[in-house]
Design a protein around this ligand. Structure first.
Ligand code: ATP
Length: 511
């Protein structure tokens, strides 16, 4: 059913010009997509909603646009050169590629499942008198299985800590782990796979010319911390926001635009006084959830997932997950990043990246709370929540995109009832009146009912029809996408009516 929804969203996106497979005439490039004429409008509107909420509505947040290429030492300092890796293994028979750590974790999870089964059985048998901890520490079979898990994890950790990749392969062989797809145990060696894309800088050859495509936009903010703080005379707490492309050579990229190798992030680093990070972390978790909820996708579409396993830089981390067609998945991350990044950049650059606190007369490295959302994932969330197939009262069907009106790619369509008698001219006059403020469309082809359906299918909130009476009463009929109700409105009131329906202000009133 849900798989079905994803398929429908993908084909609808292509049919109506939201998203196309990249370089399709050459059979496409895996996990790369192009945004079409309506997709780029929707994407721009999502960006605008985010930028308004983060930058315009906060006096103490400013936005920047840093370059994708950065000095290579940036990525040494941030830990990405050494640690942004996945251990990779190929199966020689199936030619499938896997992450070695995932194969081992899955194996351990299977043993854990067996233990849990025994515990659940025993709990049932012993009832209230059941002491789980005691059972786990004394039951022979469980003790043995737990020892096996501990041994596997110890060997894996030791191998990873010492970068001993042959030992990781030996572990996979000792455990007789088979390719989940083909059952084959014919594995290649394990190698470390860095997720950063590398390229070379023009005139320089060799290692010194290596340059990376940024795997996150955040580092462009960290390296500009002092520039912005000084030039903007910013006082703590303050934030720097940025929207831009990021690149990750994901081993497995799939599920349409959910996981791509080239994608766009909207990130904000909030610099705070050390000791206050916990309270700001909570603040941003709630603020970001509100931003999502204001779009009205419905209760229960979002949830928090707190991280137990933290990235090397993080003190606390939570995801806002969205109920995508393939289940709840990460849409946005909120991370308490401590002073890790600024300190690392201080060390590697030899420059001080401090804040002089005029109140306490002290200098210190600020702590950082980050909010990081994938624009493409937000796009997919919006489309999959908006897609609906409806049966109307008269028994006919319509496919409609219930995109929140302020995000809709086309805000209004202006439709002359027929192609003559001066109606097209009048309709174009109205178009001109609206197009300065909104993306509006003119359509005179086919019967009016079919034109309404076409606009429903691309999520246009309003259709404005010009008929013969318009020429005398200076009024038009407005049809609402959601209620399909029609209403006569004076042309003189039209701009205000359209603004009220599609303006972004309503999203802020709701939050
Ligand atoms: P995941 O666990 O899904 O790989 P992540 O935890 O590595 O994601 P972050 O590094 O926290 O992701 O990046 C912040 C946001 O960027 C994510 O919440 C997600 O929306 C987006 N993002 C990350 N990787 C991709 C990708 N390959 N394609 C599209 N969006 C992505």
């Amino acid at each position: 059913m849900s798989d079905d929804l994803l398929k429908k969203v993908i084909s609808h996106s292509k049919e109506y010009g939201f998203v196309f497979p990249s370089s399709e005439i050459y059979d496409g490039l895996s996990a790369a997509y192009d945004y079409g004429q309506l997709g780029s409008e929707l994407k721009n509107n999502i960006k605008q909603y985010w930028w308004t909420a983060m930058v315009r509505m906060h006096e103490n947040i400013v936005g920047i646009d840093s370059s994708i290429f950065m000095h290579p030492t940036t990525w040494k300092a941030s830990g990405h050169v050494d640690a942004f890796n996945d251990p990779l293994i190929d199966n020689k028979d199936s030619k499938k590629r896997y992450r070695a750590d995932v194969l081992i974790e899955d194996y351990v999870a299977k043993i854990e499942a067996k233990i849990t089964k025994d515990v659940v059985k025993a709990a049932k048998r012993f009832g209230d008198a059941f002491d789980e901890a005691q059972f786990r520490s004394t039951n022979g079979r469980i003790v043995e299985r737990q020892a096996q898990i501990d041994d596997i994890l110890r060997r894996f950790k030791e191998a990873m800590d010492t970068e001993d990749l042959p030992a990781v392969k030996t572990l996979i062989e000792d455990l007789q782990i088979a390719d989940p797809d083909s059952g084959s145990r014919n594995w290649t060696d394990v190698r470390q796979f860095n997720l950063m894309f590398k390229t070379e800088l023009g005139a320089v050859s060799g290692d010194s010319g290596i340059i990376y495509l940024r795997p996150e936009t955040a580092q462009g903010i960290f390296v500009n911390y002092l520039n912005v703080q000084k030039s903007g005379r910013m006082k703590l707490p303050f934030g720097i926001a940025q929207i831009g492309k990021a690149f990750r050579n994901e081993i497995i990229a799939r599920q349409f635009i959910f996981r791509m190798r080239e994608f766009e992030q909207m990130e904000m680093q909030f610099f705070v006084k050390p000791g206050t990070q916990e309270e700001w972390y909570e603040y941003w978790k709630q603020a970001r959830l509100k931003w999502h909820q204001a779009l009205g996708f419905g209760d229960g579409k979002h949830r928090f997932h707190d991280h137990i396993k933290l990235a090397h830089y993080a003190e606390a981390a939570a995801d806002i997950e969205f109920d995508f067609p393939m289940g709840f998945k990460e849409l946005e991350g909120i991370h308490s990043r401590t002073d890790f990044d600024l300190r690392q950049h201080e060390e590697h650059s030899g420059r001080k990246l401090r804040y002089f606190d005029p109140e306490t007369q002290e200098s210190y490295v600020p702590f950082v709370v980050e909010t990081s959302i994938g624009l493409d994932r937000m796009f997919l969330a919006t489309l999959s929540a908006a897609y609906a197939e409806e049966t109307l009262e008269d028994g006919s069907q319509r496919t409609v995109l219930n995109i929140p009106a302020p995000l809709a790619p086309v805000k209004a369509a202006v439709l002359p009832l027929i192609k003559k008698d001066g109606l097209p001219e009048k309709a174009r006059e109205i178009l001109t009146m609206l197009q300065m403020d909104h993306n509006v469309q003119y359509d005179e082809k086919d019967a009016i009912g079919r034109r309404y359906r076409r606009q429903d299918a691309i999520g246009t909130p309003l259709c404005i029809t010009v008929d013969h009476d318009t020429l005398t009463d200076q009024a038009v009929t407005i049809r609402d996408r959601d209620t399909m109700q029609q209403e006569r409105v004076a042309i003189a009131d039209l701009v205000a009516r359209v603004n009220e329906k599609v303006g972004m202000t309503q999203l802020f009133a709701a939050s």
